[in-house]
Design a binder for this molecule. Structure first.
Ligand code: NA7
Length: 537
């Protein structure tokens, strides 16, 4: 745009998911002149994009919603684990109640941002030609903004339909009777496969690593006897930050072998029966830290899972007798009949460990063993998670160095919300924060409040520039490694460790100290006048 079309703001928010919605509401209430830009055409974040059959959140309601009473008092959830359409309806309710749309520009992708040190402002440019001049750049792009599709040989040759599930066609394809491949068995792949097994004529699921998925117990909240206890909500939201993972539950205060074998299996059974993440995040506190404790959890999971699968050869791929990796150190998913689909004759499991994909052809997929024909190939291979969405924006601080360059040997942040040499820039749900081990809305509020706090402090003191010290960044990274090294996380290949993207540095991308310690740490920093930051006029 021309100079005259530059929009001056206190802050520009990027991304219309939980993080961005919360910040727009908060900052406007605090009197800031603020706008939000979003690539999609509505609120919803990952739920705007993920419309594939079976797309469903696996964090239970009422954990997975905002705490503002204006939002929950009249909102009736239908399900404990709402599907993507219900989540989009919720986001529409949020956007209406908080009146967000008037300050939102959709269909807008932020391409670059450059810092002007004299003015102490960011100049932000979008692909659509907007220019913003802002004091603060607030990135709420989430952990899954950058898709990942492996570079298989022949990928361009395939004549059928090739889909990444987060770009599911708005005009629903008719898969009835069709030959369908689902590649990848993360949360997306298993949800898709479960749903598509009901319509496809032939379904092949390509697995590289078993998904140690837990049963999802759906609850119909519409039934009066199962309605949510709204009077308990305020207390419940108040305590979300007391939970390691930002839910309402915590790890047990005892270790796996403190219990007798009988007591242990009773405990596992009752956690299992909850039908949510409790078998992962409310179990014995040593599960993520001790190999023996972890193996015990795995064995319980394995036996439960194998019991659902008729063919023991298939069971050996889905839930091997010998533990393949630490339980809970890859993202645990919740499933609803996933393992049972492999008992059906039209569903095939392809083990990419023993028979990897060699190439794609005009008609389908060639593995090292066979050639399979498909009408649809659905590539549920995930994301350049946590860092990808941030680093794909060309952001340049005072030194001219880009964020991508700054992170080329690994992520560097202070408190998982700021980067040294990138003043007045903050993000939520990014690297080196509880991200992905933290319930989304809990962290959107926790981090959102903290960021608003910094801005208020700056305003009150008449300061213009806040930048993390290099030394703070270094110390924070040491802390991230220390916490991860105490756990089994580094023992397992996962996107938590950057393993899924070729060439990405291997490192813990999340803060493993838990939400309560994180909360305490960032609030102490604030209470002490933002220690570790340089604040300037
Ligand atoms: P995920 O969890 O990253 O899953 C991606 C899947 O694709 C996973 O099974 C991968 O196997 C597989 N994958 C990725 N790259 C390849 C290659 N090159 N070859 C074979 N297989 C591959 O993404 P999702 O979309 O399922 O879930 C993202 C998050 O959304 C989820 O964690 C929740 O937070 C919600 P691997 O396990 O790496 O061997």
């Amino acid at each position: 745009g021309t100079a005259s079309s530059v929009q001056e703001l206190d802050a520009l928010i990027v991304g219309a998911g939980f993080g961005g919605a919360y910040q727009l509401w908060k900052l406007r209430n605090e009197g800031y002149n603020v706008k939000l830009v979003e690539t999609g055409t509505n609120y919803g974040g990952v739920w705007y994009w993920n419309r594939y059959p079976g797309a469903r959140v696996d964090s239970a309601i009422p954990h997975y919603e905002f705490s503002d009473p204006a939002l929950w008092k009249d909102w009736i959830w239908k399900q404990r684990f709402p599907g993507s359409a219900e989540l989009r309806a919720y986001f529409a309710h949020v956007a209406d109640t908080w009146d967000l749309r008037k300050d939102t520009k959709f269909n807008t992708f932020v391409e670059n941002a450059t810092w002007d040190d004299g003015e102490a402002r960011w100049t932000v440019k979008t692909r659509e030609g907007d220019t913003f001049s802002v004091r603060y750049l607030l990135l709420n792009t989430g952990f899954a903004a950058k898709r990942y599709i492996p570079e298989w040989k022949g990928i361009e040759k395939f004549q059928g339909t090739f889909i990444h599930p987060s770009y599911w066609p708005h005009e629903e394809p008719n898969l009835k009777g069709k030959k369908v491949a689902v590649i990848g068995t993360g949360s997306t792949g298993i949800q898709l496969a479960t749903d598509l097994s009901k319509v496809a004529g032939f379904l092949a699921v390509f697995q590289r690593t078993p998904n140690m998925s837990l049963p999802m117990k759906q609850i119909d909240y519409n039934l009066p006897e199962q309605a949510l206890p709204k009077p308990k909500y305020p207390d419940f939201f108040h305590h979300r930050t007391d939970s390691f993972s930002g839910f309402s539950f915590n790890f047990l205060p005892r270790s796996t072998f403190d219990d007798t074998p009988e007591k242990r299996s009773e405990t596992y059974e009752s956690l299992w029966a909850e039908g949510d993440f409790k078998f992962w995040l409310a179990t014995y506190y040593d599960m993520l830290f001790s190999e023996e404790a972890n193996r015990e959890a795995y064995n319980f999971w394995r036996d439960k899972t194998r019991a659902k699968i008729h063919d023991s050869k298939i069971a050996d791929i889905l839930a091997p007798m010998k533990q393949p990796h630490a339980f809970g150190c890859k993202r645990v998913s919740l499933e609803n009949g996933y393992f049972e689909i492999f008992n059906e004759p039209h569903v095939k499991l392809v083990d990419m460990r023993t028979t990897p994909i060699q190439e794609l052809s005009e008609t389908g997929i060639k593995t090292t063993e066979e050639e399979l024909e498909f009408d649809y190939i659905i590539c549920a291979t995930g994301y350049d998670a946590i860092t990808g969405g941030l680093a794909q924006i060309d952001i340049r601080g005072p030194s001219g160095e880009s964020l991508k360059e700054h992170w080329k040997d690994g992520a560097k942040t202070y408190l998982g919300m700021s980067v040294a040499g990138f003043p007045n820039m903050f993000f939520t749900y990014g690297p080196q924060a509880p991200t992905a081990f933290c319930n989304g809305p809990t962290c959107a509020e926790l981090q959102g409040n903290w960021i608003v706090g910094v801005m208020n402090h700056m305003r009150e003191k008449g300061l213009r520039k806040v930048d993390a010290e290099r030394e703070s960044e270094k110390k924070w990274k040491d802390e991230i490694w220390k916490l991860a090294n105490a756990s089994l996380l580094p023992s397992t290949k996962s996107w938590y460790m950057g393993d899924n993207i070729p060439g990405k540095p291997r490192e813990p991308l999340i803060y493993l100290g838990g939400v309560p310690t994180y909360y305490k740490t960032v609030n102490e920093c604030a209470a002490n006048g933002y220690t570790g930051f340089k604040l300037e006029k």
